[in-house]
Design a protein around this ligand. Structure first.
Ligand code: NAP
Length: 457
């Protein structure tokens, strides 16, 4: 049987309804090949990290949801959403293969990397995934992960996620109230007592993982000083070379902002609220008896060639007082039963998006290439995967039951309640309506129960 024809469209299941999943669906629909796409997500709502990862005060960025929505709505006769369906639990990969000719895993990277230092399990230590999930209303993180009525916070890592967290923690309430941060989170935020934030990088300013716009935004927060030790901006020749490399405009822009911060900064006064940008320090122990009281850092020096600079501990240690430690050192993917997984990188081994060792499986997004890049980076990534998939169509084994209704029947028989795309449109309206009353873009439904209550009513 030939698949990918008008009489027998190619059937593709996408696991994960985040940006990479939607870009994959988009590329499939634009390919000209007759195709039917069903998109599964363990959450009842689509858009993955766009909804639950992108900072809530970056609403402009969230507007890319209209693009993803168009992918779904303009292909309504050949696209289905199965929200609240966990692949691997509610339906297995082998079962999906009965209903689809190919499967694209686009499940992202949802967990925090471990630091691997003593004290990591103390109350007061929180991973970026749960902290960001909490302030974005992710159903897994409805309970405040830490007590914010503390004085000082240490954020480990200097990527854009670390900057997002610092900015949200330092933002005044009137700014936060304009976002879609859920009301229960806002009331916890209103009780913040934080006066000191440390952003701790293990390498030097040239290697800062954040980008210019994000660090600039930090300097614009009313009532906060951003402070950097000017000594770290005296660069070693290898760092000067790294900075001068034609491909390193990101670092040059960052260094310009950091030098401006250093030039304009004024001495810290006792009552100041301060964000310290710290460099060349690695956490070696999180301190505290019952709860976190600080973090011990080892001072580093850099070694290695330009572009490959690594932090080497000097043996000298310093202690930073902090009652909250946020680990923001990058995300890590989750294995799905029946799909190959590389434990080291937290990704699915693949060649141009084709999963190594299983000709029906494909992969896109962070679970394909690791947790790097902005939302738009997923577009070429998913396009590459779809190209690989389409090239493989002649060798795919046609599935035995090419029917989405049969998938629905199977899920119903198992008592799995799925959310369709039409349901999501209802939820979207409900959330926007709840938000309008409060003068904000939306008030999210943050629990699975509230989602189904809204659908029933
Ligand atoms: P990231 O950019 O990879 O940053 C991770 C940070 O953690 C780096 O500073 C890294 O230092 C540090 N780190 C890693 N392991 C460490 C360890 N064992 N000890 C101490 N520090 C450690 O990751 P991310 O912040 O999670 O962001 C993920 C991606 O999303 C990035 O591409 C980011 O740009 C993107 N993002 C973009 C935006 C935006 O555009 N506004 C917002 C959020 C996220 P090294 O450099 O030394 O490894």
């Amino acid at each position: 049987m030939t698949i990918g024809t008008e009489s027998r469209p190619l059937r593709v299941a996408i696991v994960g309804a985040g940006p990479s999943g939607f870009y994959a669906a988009d590329a499939l629909f634009k390919s000209g090949v007759p195709v039917e796409v069903d998109c599964f997500d363990r959450l009842p709502t689509p858009f993955g990290l766009l909804r639950a990862g992108v900072a809530p005060d970056h609403q402009k960025m969230k507007s890319v949801a209209t693009y993803y929505d168009r992918v779904a709505t303009s292909n309504a006769n050949r696209f289905a959403f199965f929200g609240n369906v966990q692949v691997g639990t509610d339906i297995s990969i082998d079962e999906l293969k009965l209903f689809y000719d190919a499967i694209i895993v686009a499940s992202g990277a949802q967990h925090d990397r471990e630091l691997g230092v003593p004290g990591e399990l103390l109350p007061g230590v929180v991973g970026a995934a749960s902290f960001v999930g909490w302030y974005n209303g992710h159903p897994d993180y409805t309970v405040p992960p830490v007590d914010l009525t503390v004085n000082a916070v240490a954020v480990i890592g200097q990527g854009n996620v670390a900057i997002d967290i610092a900015r949200l923690l330092a933002s005044p309430m009137d700014r936060l109230r304009q976002t879609d941060i859920p009301e229960p989170v806002l009331s916890v935020m209103a009780g913040r007592q934080i006066r000191t934030l440390h952003l701790i990088g293990r390498r030097g300013p040239v290697q800062s993982a954040f980008t210019e716009l994000e660090i600039k935004e930090l300097t614009e927060l009313a009532g906060w000083k951003v402070v950097i030790d000017p000594a770290v901006l005296t660069l070693a020749p290898q760092d000067e070379d790294e900075l001068a490399h034609p491909s390193n405009s990101k670092a040059r822009k960052n260094i310009a902002v950091l030098r401006e911060i250093a030039m304009k900064q004024t001495p810290v006064e006792p009552n100041d609220r301060v964000i310290y940008l710290r460099y060349l320090e690695s956490p070696v122990q999180i301190l505290g008896d019952q709860v976190v009281s600080g973090v011990q850092l080892e001072q580093n020096q850099l070694a290695g060639d330009p572009g490959r600079r690594v932090a080497i501990g000097t043996g000298k240690r310093v202690t930073v007082d902090a009652q909250i430690v946020v680990k923001s050192i990058g995300y890590y993917g989750t294995a799905i039963p029946g799909v190959p997984f590389d434990q080291q990188s937290g990704t699915i081994p693949n060649q141009a998006g084709g999963v190594v060792g299983d000709s029906a499986l494909f992969v896109a997004g962070w679970i394909k290439r690791g947790p790097k890049g902005v939302l738009g980076t997923n577009k070429p990534c998913s396009t590459e995967t779809v190209k690989t998939l389409l090239a493989a169509v002649p060798t795919l084994t046609p599935c035995l039951t090419p029917s989405s209704d049969k998938v629905r029947a199977l899920l119903s028989a198992r008592g799995v309640r799925w959310v369709s795309y039409a349901d999501w449109k209802t939820l979207d309206e409900v959330e926007r309506g709840r938000g309008a009353v409060l003068g904000k873009p939306r008030e999210k439904l943050t629990t699975i129960a509230s989602v189904f209550e809204a659908l029933e009513s």
